[in-house]
Design a binder for this molecule. Structure first.
Ligand code: 5GP
Length: 122
């Protein structure tokens, strides 16, 4: 698998501070911010600070510290957002997964009853 990273992708630009974001949480290894086009009342993106294109890239190559820092950020987002009633975590990956931004990100969606996991109509 070719995990070539494009440093001009929009999340790389957010990490460099070139584009503003509404930060929810940040630590040494991850940044969490509100999605610009929310699909639910709570829609936060958690991204690693490292140059990883996708979930499988991050899973393969990230260090233990990066994994831990990322999951700590997920936990903090869930706590801050107050998704006690539940939420969904989605990581769209490459063409079949309809990934638009080629920097690994986890969508945290909640705040209402969500629909079925897959809608293959579109
Ligand atoms: P994907 O389709 O790659 O899984 O999701 C990319 C997400 O990034 C989309 O939900 C989209 O709304 C969000 N997004 C794209 N550009 C920006 C941006 O400049 N700022 C923020 N906060 N979100 C963005």
């Amino acid at each position: 698998m070719d995990f070539t990273y494009d440093p001009q992708n929009i999340f790389a630009r957010i990490l460099r501070g070139e584009i503003p974001n509404k930060t929810v949480f940040e630590n040494d290894h991850a940044l969490a911010f509100h999605d610009i086009a929310p699909q639910a009342p709570i829609h936060v993106l958690v991204i690693p600070k490292g140059a990883y294109v996708s979930l499988d890239h991050f899973a393969r190559d990230a260090s233990a510290d990066e994994h831990f820092g990322f999951m700590q950020a997920v936990a903090e987002v869930c706590r801050i957002a107050g998704v006690d009633a539940g939420f969904r975590a989605i990581s769209n990956t490459r063409a079949h997964g309809r990934q638009d931004v080629p920097h690994y990100h986890l969508h945290i969606l909640g705040g209402r009853q969500l629909g079925l996991m897959l809608d293959d109509a579109g």
